[in-house]
Design a protein around this ligand. Structure first.
Ligand code: FE2
Length: 193
């Protein structure tokens, strides 16, 4: 019997639920505020925040991707902040593969997972330690940190799932998550295209 794939061996990967560190990791990237201009409503407040706060880090993604595996996983660590009354959030994405879902398992902090189906159904799932969110195939997802401490989650999906960021960047999502004096308010996105 032949197997064209490289033989994969089991491994235990150390993940810090407090810092999002993954060891060993195979890759990571970071998003600073200046890279997220499209997603925030208040462009004047945004430009001011980038300048005055010296372009702060909004989130970091670290992954463990075994070659030729059908699963990979990693962490997203979101730092606290808000711009023009809007909490820090991720870009948001659909999967390029419309048949592949994902899980987001919150480790520390507190947030909201904003989800949107292709048909326009908008949902939220609370992100708090112990909650593992099931994200069905073909739902867009965006994470929002709603407290004044880092939000750390573990995600896992098929590496073939891919990312479709363009749709959300272009159209936005139907809801915005606002910080009103520390309280969380979900409002309609009046600029939704
Ligand atoms: Fe994903």
């Amino acid at each position: 019997m032949t197997n064209e794939n490289a033989l994969l061996f089991p491994a235990g990967i150390q993940i810090s639920g407090l810092t999002g560190a993954v060891s060993p990791a195979t890759g990571q990237y970071e998003k600073r505020l200046s890279e997220l201009r499209e997603i925030f409503a208040d462009k004047a407040a945004f430009d001011h925040a980038v300048k005055e706060q010296n372009d702060p880090l909004v989130y970091r993604v670290v992954e463990y991707r075994p070659p030729q595996s059908d699963i990979f996983f990693g962490t997203t660590t979101m730092f606290p902040g808000h711009v023009g009354g809007e909490f820090y959030m991720t870009r948001g994405h659909f999967h390029a593969r419309r048949d592949m879902g994902e899980i987001y398992y919150t480790q520390s902090g507190n947030g909201l997972l904003l989800l949107e189906s292709r048909e326009g159904d908008s949902r939220t799932v609370e992100m708090k330690p112990g909650v593992c969110a099931f994200i069905p195939p073909d739902w867009a997802r965006r994470s929002i940190n709603i407290v004044d401490e880092p939000l750390v989650l573990v995600w896992s999906c098929n590496p073939e799932a891919g990312h479709d960021y363009a749709d959300i960047l272009k159209r936005g999502m139907r809801k915005r998550i606002m910080n009103e004096g520390g309280a969380v308010r979900i409002v309609d996105n009046t600029a939704y295209a």
